[in-house]
Design a protein around this ligand. Structure first.
Ligand SMILES: [Zn+2]
Ligand SMILES: [Zn+2]
Length: 240
């Protein structure tokens, strides 16, 4: 009853167009959902970016660079619809859009995630000043939603975002990674408390573009005795 009352008081808005959803229990209008580009084959075997040809195994980035994570899963292409949705989710207080993303990720990747048998989900952290301003870390909302559905612990404070990075655009790949690695650190306290259970983890983020954030966090985790790192992102760029 409380739920129906909440539905009347705060009707759910579509995570894509922002209008009130007419179908009860839905997180988005069916038409809007159809507009999104799901990640399908052919896709990169490593990062899951869509690629042009079935004959290729990896996208351009994964062919060129040696990323240290094992594999990544992503839901949609980061196009104009998703750009707006994610931006409202992150910057305009639409944290309930997280329900839609989590629901879709579970529908699509439940088995893949469970097959990894992860010991924990690790959201990519944001700087604490940003978290205070925004009221939440969007990646943490996603990780907690997925963790709750699948019974996987979430360690939101294992990685810490220390400082703002230099604008990445002016840097080359190597500088970019170095710049980013300096921006994150590992919490020895959280790591120590969970030492015996942490072998495989899945990083969770909203967008994967060049892969440098995931790579920086992976390297930090691998340096701290975690053996296997995977990632889940809601959106991903195209691999061509
Ligand atoms: Zn809509
Ligand atoms: Zn790739």
């Amino acid at each position: 009853m409380l739920k129906s009352l909440m539905d009347i008081l705060y009707p759910r808005r579509c995570a894509i167009c922002g209008e009130i959803v007419s179908t009860r229990g839905a997180f988005a209008c069916p038409d809007c959902k159809d507009k999104l580009t799901k990640i399908n084959e052919p896709r990169c075997k490593k990062c899951s970016k869509p690629i042009e040809s079935e004959e290729k195994e990896y996208c351009h980035d994964c062919e060129k660079k040696h990323f240290h994570y094992i594999k990544g899963f992503s839901m949609w292409v980061y196009d104009s619809n998703m750009k707006k949705s994610i931006s409202d989710f992150k910057f305009h207080g639409r944290r309930e859009y997280g329900d839609f993303y989590v629901h879709e990720v579970i529908n699509r990747y439940k088995n893949e995630i469970l097959n990894i048998k992860p010991d924990a989900l690790i959201p990519i952290p944001i700087h604490r000043t940003k978290k205070v301003q925004r009221g939440y870390n969007q990646a943490e909302i996603l990780a907690k939603g997925i963790g709750k559905e699948l019974g996987i612990p979430v360690l939101a404070n294992l990685l810490i975002r220390d400082k703002k990075t230099l604008p990445q655009k002016q840097l080359n790949d190597k500088e970019r990674l170095k710049n980013l690695e300096k921006a994150f650190s590992f919490s020895n306290e959280v790591g120590e408390t969970n030492r015996n259970i942490l072998r495989k983890v899945i990083l969770v983020d909203d967008i994967y573009t060049t892969g440098s954030t995931i790579e920086a966090c992976t390297n930090i985790l691998l340096c701290n005795k975690i053996e296997e790192v995977y990632f889940i992102s809601i959106c991903i760029g195209k691999g061509y």
